[in-house]
Design a protein around this ligand. Structure first.
Ligand code: GLU
Length: 330
């Protein structure tokens, strides 16, 4: 074995970097709230929070880290885990896939181009298909409880009620999700949805409307970074062998058509949502979440991206670099 270079870091240093980054970007006003879902247009655009969860369960936070915002597409990661846990990673690969589409999150063109599979559980088509794979098949309420309980367990909560549904957001999305409805029925036409299309669409819409905090997303990311064992509760939420597969999904398509640009600069697999959350997974080290509602034209939070990139750079951590980082006490 060749010795690898290593660096040490303390939680105090990480918190210092987070605080500095928060102050640096706090007053930035770039980007615009999502408005195709009316509820999201009215969320305070100045909200900004950052949270990091270390693998010993320590949660470090700054700003609006406990504000409850719409989880939106970040939930695609959680339910991809559940679909793999229920059906196995090979079935998810065969029935949904793991490829980047290179197209926007809600692309119908992507389904037409790759008819035999929806491509990945991290775009709308694949996420609706993932909801259809969740068990028990044919039992809408049982499936919803499974999805919600899984999101809670990943977030370090015992009970699904710790991740409440934002009723107003759910109503707003349900009243305007015509494109997603087309996706669900197109999947049905191609034989690529594995339960009732309307139920699968509703489950997807509901999971996107759950209210989550930056702390909870950082804990979920740390659970994936920790091979499925939640660092806060000690619960093994999913099989360890699934962790690299989930992280690979976020790596290839976490920022939709902008994923390559993100990875090149940020060096961390991450998933964004139009609610303004970005959840980053640093295997073996930590989970991170930044939240700020204004988005870039691809639907990714401007400030959350800037914050996570700055923190990664300042900590000199990069998933593609050869050097090891070791946590030591403050
Ligand atoms: N619920 C949103 C939609 O389906 C999620 C999109 C996103 O966060 O990227 O359009």
């Amino acid at each position: 074995m060749f010795p690898k270079p290593y660096k040490t870091i303390t939680s105090c240093q990480i918190h210092e970097v987070m605080t500095k980054t928060y102050e640096r970007f706090r007053t930035d006003t770039q980007g615009k709230n999502a408005d195709y879902i009316p509820y999201l247009a009215n969320v305070d655009p100045s909200l900004f929070g950052i949270s990091v969860c270390l693998l010993d369960g320590t949660v470090l936070s700054v700003g609006d880290h406990d504000f409850r915002f719409g989880i939106e597409s970040v939930s695609k990661v959680h339910t991809a885990v559940l679909a793999m846990q229920h059906s196995g990673p090979d079935t998810v690969m065969r029935r949904i896939g793991a490829n980047a589409t290179g197209l926007p999150f809600d692309s119908i063109m992507a389904i037409l181009l790759e008819k035999e599979r929806p491509s990945t559980p991290l775009v709308n088509a694949g996420a609706i298909a993932a909801c259809s794979l969740v068990k028990p098949i044919g039992d809408a309420e049982g499936k919803w409880q499974a999805i919600r309980q899984n999101i809670a367990a990943l977030s370090g909560e015992e009970d699904g009620s710790a991740i409440p549904l934002i009723e107003e957001l759910y109503a707003s999305e349900s009243a305007t999700n015509f494109n997603n409805r087309s996706i669900a029925w197109l999947l049905k036409d191609f034989g690529r949805i594995y339960d009732d299309p309307e139920v699968s669409l509703d489950l997807y819409t509901r999971q996107c409307s759950l209210g989550i905090t930056a702390d909870q997303l950082a804990i979920a990311a740390a659970t994936i970074a920790n091979d499925g064992k939640n660092p806060k509760t000690g619960v093994q939420v999913f099989d360890a062998e699934l962790a690299p597969k989930v992280t690979s999904l976020a790596t290839t398509v976490g920022f939709y058509e902008r994923t390559g640009d993100w990875l090149y600069d940020a060096g961390i697999p991450a998933k964004s949502g139009v609610g303004g959350g970005v959840m980053g997974i640093m295997p073996g080290l930590f989970g991170i979440c930044a939240f700020a509602p204004p988005l870039d034209p691809s639907g990714n939070s401007v400030k959350a991206q800037m914050a996570i990139k700055a923190i990664m750079k300042e900590l000199d951590v990069n998933v593609f670099a050869s050097s090891h980082l070791t946590m030591v006490d403050c």
